[in-house]
Design a protein around this ligand. Structure first.
Ligand code: UFG
Length: 338
């Protein structure tokens, strides 16, 4: 069976992808330096998967470490998750974002290329579309990221495109995620943001569990049905299965591709608040605040190309995203440090 290298392996999306790869029969080699994740994830994966995770602690920007681990393991394909991802922070420390996100990408790609391991899945983001020209977003929609974080994703896509053009042995699967939320149905792994969450769902779940008093809703004067921002929330387990399908496609067929991974449905901030209150049985107090700079009114995917190319589509709805996020949050009120 094929072996997949996961970088950023103990992070939120990667840990769910790790389980999904195991479930599909793949072997996995994980690498992370725990700068934004917990070693506890490995214990939970062992428990859920019934096997010992193969793991290397390393910084993907460290070429010697990356080369050494590739000397120790035979790899058939890579899923590159390792990156910083906070939009607001990226505007404050842009050089850290460019160095980390692009430097890590160079180091990993150079080491893989030297070994002719050319099947590469890249964690991109709907943020590359910037302000949508029209909805739903298709892969050929105009791109134009509006934050340093978003530009690291867009530049990453472009760098990988150049690499595939130059090297017939290199194949990219560029996956543009919409808004990943939820958790594994076991409640044993989930999203564990450090400090105050920037994103809606983890913030709402911390309000529900009593860690935070109330949610700030960033604006209710957008041109949307209830005035609050609309996003395409996708269950992290659907997203994880999308990665498995992308790896399988790289193994089965030549060529590179770029696909949206979303549900094709938009939900407003107030929809999420109502769905989470229903799933948790808790009130979610909120206050309307001014718009957050850089936010778009609405953003959702046309996921048709992913279905056509990968035979994949999201199956879990907002109620199940909230139920699973709540199970994780209520069983682990302080995340992995519980
Ligand atoms: N929101 C609030 N209050 C909060 C947090 C968020 O009202 O405390 C609102 C936002 O204004 C927005 C919606 O909830 O309307 C979703 O916001 P998130 O921060 O959860 O997600 P974003 O769509 O802003 O950003 C996410 C990822 C980015 C990624 C982007 C791609 O965080 O990494 O999707 O579209 F780039």
């Amino acid at each position: 069976m094929a072996t997949v290298l996961l970088t950023g392996a103990t992070g939120y999306i990667a840990s769910h992808t790790w389980l999904a790869l195991w479930a599909a029969g793949f072997d996995v080699v994980g690498v992370d330096d725990f700068r934004n994740s917990s070693p506890q994830v490995l214990e939970r994966l062992a428990e859920l998967g019934g096997r010992t995770p193969v793991f290397e602690r390393a910084d993907v920007g460290d070429a010697a470490a990356v080369n050494a681990l590739l000397d120790r393991h035979r790899i058939d394909a890579t899923v590159h998750f390792a990156a910083l991802k906070a939009v607001g922070e990226s505007a404050e420390v842009p050089l850290a974002y460019y160095r980390n996100n692009l430097g890590g990408l160079f180091t990993v790609c150079e080491a893989l290329r030297a070994r002719r391991i050319g099947r590469f899945v890249f964690s991109s983001s709907a943020t590359v579309y910037g302000e949508p020209e029209r909805l739903p977003l298709v892969e050929t929609s105009r791109v134009g990221a509006t934050s340093p974080y978003g530009r690291t994703k867009l530049m990453g896509e472009q760098i990988l495109g150049d690499l595939a053009t130059a090297d017939a042995g290199w194949q990219n699967a560029i996956l543009r995620y919409f808004n990943p939320v939820g958790a594994h149905a076991s409640g044993r792994i989930g999203e564990d943001p450090r400090g105050t969450p920037n994103n809606l769902m983890p913030y709402v779940s911390q309000v529900a569990v009593g860690r935070r008093a109330s949610l700030s809703v960033w604006g209710n004067d957008y041109d949307t049905p209830d005035g609050t921002g609309v996003r395409d929330y996708i269950h992290v387990c659907d997203l994880a299965e999308g990665h498995v399908a992308a790896v399988q496609r790289l193994l089965d067929a030549p060529g590179s591709f770029t696909v949206n991974l979303g549900t094709g449905r938009g939900h407003s901030v107030l929809d999420v608040v109502a769905a989470f209150a229903a799933a948790s049985g808790r009130a979610i107090p909120y206050e309307i605040r001014p718009r957050r700079p850089g936010d778009v009114a609405a953003c959702w995917a046309d996921p048709g190309l992913a279905e056509q190319l990968l035979g994949w589509r999201a199956t879990r709805d907002l109620a199940s995203m909230c139920a699973d996020a709540w199970r994780w949050q209520s069983h682990n009120p302080n995340g992995y440090d519980t």
